[in-house]
Each structure stands twice: as C-alpha cells, then as structure tokens.
Design a protein around this ligand. Structure first.
Ligand code: 13P
Ligand code: SF4
Length: 397
C-alpha cells in the first residue's frame, strides 16, 4: 500500500494568520461589550450567523443563532446563506464548517488559540509514519477512521487511504462500514471513543493501543495481530471522570441518572444510564420529567447551561467541583466576538479559517463517506441538513 504525502507541521496552531485581541477590546466591560456586539449584529443582519458549541460560555451562547454539537453546527454552516459564519468552537469545528460551506463564505474563529488538544494528538505527519510501519507488516487492508475531532489534513489522509470520518453518534456505523471494506481499523485520535465503540460491537478483545510517543508500544507486528488499532489520544476534560464519581452521585442523590459523553473512560460509559454526544445529552435532559436528577459527565459549561435551561430538572455535574471546563473552548472570549464583528462592519475579515483547496477536497470525501452511511442523501449539504440535530435556539440565555 502506498502512503500519502502530506506536508504538515507539528505547531500548536494550525493557522499562521493568528491575530491577538487589540488593546482597546481587552478591557471592555460587560454592558459595553454586549451593546457593541448587538449593534454590530444589527448592522450585519443576515450577512452573519453565529454558531455556538454546547461547551461555549454563556456570554457566547447568548449571542448564538444556533447552539449544538460539532456535527450539528456543521449542518447549520452548510445550510446558511450568510456571508460570514462566526464559529464559537474550536479549530477543527471551524475547519469542518469551511469544508462544507461555499467558497464565497468565510468561516471566522474569533480566537485562533481555540485549539482542541485531542485533535492535536494525531498529526497527519505522525499518522503517515505509523501507517507506513503498519502497512509494511501486513497484507490485510487497514481502514483508517478519524473522529470529527481531528484536523482537516488528517481527514484528507483518511480519505486517501480509503477511510472516513465519524462522530460520537455514528462511530459504530463507521466501524461496520470499515470492516465491510477491510480486515482492520486504525482509529484516530480518541482511544476512549474507540474502546467504547469496540465494546458496543462486541470486539473488546480485538483492540490494541498505538502510542506514537512511546517506542515500546509501537510494535507494528504486535499491532496487526489485532483488528482495531487505537491511537493514543484522549480528551483530558472527559478522562477525568471515573466510576467512583457515578457511585458517589448515586449514593448522595438516590435515583439519580448518569449521562456520559463517549469520550469518557470505559468504566464510566459502562456505568452510565445514557451515553451520547452533547446533542444527545442536551436532548435527554430537555426530555426529562420534572424532579428527575441527571448527573452530567461532560464539560462543565454544558452542565451549567442545562441547569439554567431546565429549572424543573435537578442537573448536577458528575464529578462536582472537579468537573473541568475546556481550555480550548474558553479561548472564545466575548471580547474577541465584539472585535471580529466590529471588524466585519468595517469590511475587514479577521481570523478566517481557510483550509487549503486540495486538503479541503479530500477531507470532504472522508466526511461524505460518513454521510453515505445513510441512504437517500443526494449531496453533502443536504446530508448535513437532514441528519444532524441542533437545538433550535434563537438567542438563548
Ligand atoms: P460533540 O460532537 O458531542 O459536541 O463533542 C465535541 C467535543 O469536543 C466533545 O469533547
Ligand atoms: Fe477537545 Fe476535549 Fe475540548 Fe472537546 S472537550 S474540544 S475533545 S479538549
């Protein structure tokens, strides 16, 4: 098998057009900032849409036209005719939006420092090297699958090597698709989502981890004796949750339900009552009966939003004060939002995420394959439109 040639770098920031917040925006007070954001939005009208991931702070989601999971927000990006898509999220999400919007539209990530550490744990260059080692020692077909939480060049790599993208809600379908086409799967970059999916498919005995930083674990001969090779990536926000947190919640809140994101460790997913993406978590709490208790095993901002939006439900964080916010998501500061909006009013585009055309085309193939897991979808835009859940939120507090 041939290996793809990719030019990539191992820098933390994928884009070199990083612009810091100008001094005059650093000390805006809350009311001044809100006033200026609203004024800019009034001027820009339908030219701009603001997408807010479920993990964004309240000061961002209150200005968002849509709030949702990473996949759902891509759907909104694909569906909008707005000239400017302001993404309240992290780089890989803005890239995905850029991949599926028209070339005439600009995707703006208010702070270029909002980079998901897990996405950075699988650089295309490193994966290419691992691919060469693995494919050199087996004649079996290995199908690479990358989680949506990865950069566009890795999505492009997967497309070139016959693989695809998946989200937390369709990972099992993606694995089945891959096993119809090959004997082995290389799953990137989240080992916990990979492990949880292997269990779901009854393949827990078939997994092996590949740690690109640990020469001891990089035994290609050993790895290819297994059907599922998991890249050693993880999310530190979700890795924090442990089984004892669920036990403690159930002891202190009799009757409490536990809901967890599939990026959590196996021991947490095993004990949870419900497991799903941030959209599933949101929907489950929205549909809960009054008086029910739900312990939320995901990023703390979503737990706080759910508590605020559902006053009749008892919403608690799964690990209390130890629950983390996502440092990458937190970089989207409302002062940055005020800045990029006011710059657009002056017809200046700041912090645009623009995937290079070649990578974009290939990455779109990997995303398209994911969509082909469902029949009757005619084009990628329509596919995103019809399959993804987004909270129909209009300026939700
Ligand atoms: P969702 O796709 O479920 O919103 O998750 C994105 C994410 O980054 C989870 O950590
Ligand atoms: Fe990345 Fe974890 Fe933050 Fe999600 S919560 S964006 S996976 S660091």
């Amino acid at each position: 098998m041939e290996t793809a040639e990719f030019e990539t770098d191992l820098s933390l920031f994928k884009y070199d057009n990083l612009e810091q917040l100008p001094r005059e925006y650093r000390n805006l007070n809350q009311s001044e900032r809100t006033e200026r954001i609203e004024a800019a939005l009034d001027t820009l009208g339908d030219d701009v849409v603001i997408l807010g991931h479920n993990y964004q702070r309240r000061e961002i989601v209150e200005h968002a036209d849509f709030i949702g999971d990473s996949y759902g927000l891509s759907k909104e990006a694909a569906a909008t005719d707005a000239d400017y898509v302001i993404f309240g999220g992290v780089t890989f999400m803005a890239e995905s939006a850029d991949i599926i919007t028209d070339d005439s539209q600009s995707v703006i990530l208010p702070s270029m420092e909002a980079s998901c550490p897990m996405a950075g744990m699988a650089e295309a260059l490193q994966v290419d090297a691992a691919w060469a080692e693995l494919t050199a020692v087996t004649d079996d077909t290995i199908v690479p699958i990358t989680y949506m939480n990865s950069y566009a060049d890795l999505k492009a790599f997967c497309a070139e090597q016959g693989g695809l993208v998946c989200t937390s809600s369709n990972a099992a379908d993606a694995f089945e698709w891959a096993f119809d086409r090959g004997e082995k799967v290389l799953f990137l970059p989240d080992k916990y989502l990979g492990t949880n999916t292997a269990h779901e498919l009854g393949m827990s005995e078939e997994i092996v981890e590949w740690d690109p930083w640990d020469p001891e674990s990089k035994d290609a001969m050993k790895a290819v004796h297994n059907d599922i090779i998991l890249w050693e990536g993880y999310c530190q926000v979700h890795e924090r949750f442990r089984k004892h947190h669920a036990e403690e919640v159930r002891a202190t809140h009799p009757g409490a339900n536990v809901i967890a994101h599939p990026e959590c460790r196996r021991e947490v997913v095993e004990t949870a009552d419900v497991v799903g993406s941030t959209a599933t978590i949101t929907e489950t709490v929205e549909n809960a009966e009054a008086g029910e208790t739900w312990a939320i095993g995901t990023e703390i901002h979503l737990a706080n939003h759910l508590d605020r939006w559902n006053p009749e439900v008892n919403v608690i964080p799964l690990c209390g004060d130890a629950c983390m916010d996502c440092n990458a998501m937190r970089q989207i500061d409302p002062n940055y939002l005020a800045w990029v909006l006011e710059e657009l009013v002056e017809e200046r585009e700041r912090n645009v995420i623009s995937v290079d055309p070649e990578t974009k085309e290939l990455a779109a193939v990997a995303m398209d394959r994911m969509m082909e897991l469902w029949p009757c979808q005619r084009c990628i835009r329509a596919r995103y439109w019809s399959l993804v859940q987004v909270l129909p939120v209009f300026r939700r507090q």
